[in-house]
Write a protein that binds this ligand. Structure first.
Ligand SMILES: [Zn+2]
Length: 312
């Protein structure tokens, strides 16, 4: 049974689950779904062969070429999870317009959530309570950090993000969201520094470096055939880690963002609860990361609309 986007409540003698629909965290324990379901959150900057802005910009010739390598990485992860015993793999596109992967090249067992405007964005699907583990494929380091195409949500306008005072990447933010649903991060792929970053938020997860950082726009890359083999093997191993845990209540979460221009900070404060916190900085506090990531999405959506082409 798949009721994506739906708000339903299920119950039996042994367990109860209320699928959150818009607020709250009401998933308790493992849902007795007939099999193991893995969610792959697929971003593109950390994909095999990708090192340059045009590589990840929809519509460019470079993007057309790189999306095939991105698809190869994702398919390899899915195959590895099936090798390890997973019953279902759902891929959630998490890059830009969220229409990059080549569905027709994925294994026939895979389902893909494609397209943008999803309330939980990069980890959409986690809120329905039927996911046993998540993989971050094609991830990258955060704004202001070293790493190939390092950024957090917006390419350049955000120069830093901190979560409870510590620098935060997209991986770290998303890891906190899924932890609230009791879902472990079991696989992370990207450049070598992304793997280092992931040690901080998912120490047990298998990591695969598909390229080694040289600069923000340069890397020593391995071929798609080689990285596919590495990812598939790691995903197979990672399947053993796909055991849901008690939902983590780690809040409250204070998120601080720094922008490259003051008017972007001013724009962000239009979002209720977001206040100035320093030069070109804003901050907000959320009780849960579910709320925190939704506010983050509101801030980045609003700020991106305030960016002027010439002056930022
Ligand atoms: Zn990203």
């Amino acid at each position: 049974m798949r009721l994506f986007g739906a708000c339903v409540a299920l119950s039996s003698e042994d367990w109860t689950i209320e699928r959150p629909c818009g607020s709250g965290l009401a998933v308790h324990g493992r849902v007795p779904w007939p099999g193991m379901k893995i969610l792959i959150s697929a971003d593109m900057e950390g994909a095999t062969g990708v090192t340059w802005p045009a590589d990840v910009l929809p519509g460019t010739p470079q993007w057309e070429r790189c999306r095939a390598m991105f698809t190869s990485d994702v398919n390899a992860a899915a195959l590895g999870f099936y090798d390890g015993g997973a019953d279902e793999v759902l891929v959630n596109e998490a890059h830009w317009s969220m229409r990059n992967l080549l569905l027709e090249r994925l294994d026939d067992r895979v389902q893909m959530l494609t397209g943008r405007h999803k309330s939980l964005s990069m980890v959409e699907g986690i809120q329905h309570g039927d996911i046993d583990a998540i993989a971050f494929v094609g991830y990258h380091t955060g704004a202001g950090a070293e790493g190939v195409l390092a950024h957090t949500y917006l390419a350049n306008s955000i120069t830093g993000v901190w979560l409870n005072g510590a620098r935060a990447s997209e991986g770290l933010l998303n890891a906190h969201v899924v932890a609230e649903y009791g879902v472990p991060v079991v696989l992370v792929t990207g450049d070598d520094l992304t793997c280092v970053d992931a040690e901080g938020y998912a120490p047990r997860a298998r990591k695969v470096a598909v390229k080694d950082y040289v600069s923000r726009y340069a890397a020593v890359c391995r071929t798609p055939a080689r990285t596919a083999a590495d990812i598939r093997a790691a995903a197979k191993e990672a399947t053993a880690l796909a055991v849901r845990h008690t939902p983590v209540e780690g809040g409250p979460f204070t998120v601080e963002l720094e922008f490259d221009a003051e008017h972007l900070a001013q724009a962000a404060t239009v979002v209720p609860g977001v206040v100035p916190s320093g030069e070109r900085r804003v901050a907000y506090t959320s009780a849960t990361m579910y709320e925190g990531i939704r506010t983050f999405k509101a801030v980045t959506t609003l700020v991106s609309s305030a960016v002027e082409e010439q002056y930022g």
